[in-house]
Design a protein around this ligand. Sequence first.
Ligand SMILES: [Zn+2]
Ligand SMILES: [Zn+2]
Length: 147
Amino acid sequence: MGPAKVKAREEFARYLQENGLKGSQQRSHILESFLSMPPHLSAEELHRQVATVDEGIGLSTIYRTLRLLCDAGLAKQRHFQEGRSCFEQAFEHHHHDHLICVSCGRIEEFICEEIETRQDQVADQHGFTLTHHRLDLYGHCADCKPE
Ligand SMILES: [Zn+2]
Ligand SMILES: [Zn+2]
C-alpha cells in the first residue's frame, strides 16, 4: 500500500469523524476497492469489485459511500458521456486531461505540456487569469477504431 493510499484512508477517517459518521467495515471495504481500481470507474464497476470482498453490499450503499468520498475530496463525479456517470480518484491526483472513447467508454488520461502552455498563453492574450480547465477529447480508442 503506497503512502497516498495511507493518507487517503486517514483523510476519510478524519472526514467521517468530523461529520459525526462512524467508520464501518462496509465503508472501509468500499474505500479499499475504490483506491485499488483504475482512476475512473462507474458505481457498477466498483460494486462488482466490492462484491469479491463482501457480497452483502448493495449498489445503493456504493452510491451513498461514493457521495461521501466526493464530499471528503477523495473522489470527483464526472459525466463524460450523457447518462453515464463516472467517479474519478481525486486525492493527490494531479491535473490531467482526458481522451474518451464514444464506443466503449474507455477513458485515458494524458498531460501535454505544450497544450498546457498554449492554454495559458491564450488566456493571457484575452486578459484571463485561469483558475482551472477541463479538456475532454472524444473519439474512438485504438480497439474501437472504425474499419
Ligand atoms: Zn473503445
Ligand atoms: Zn482523470
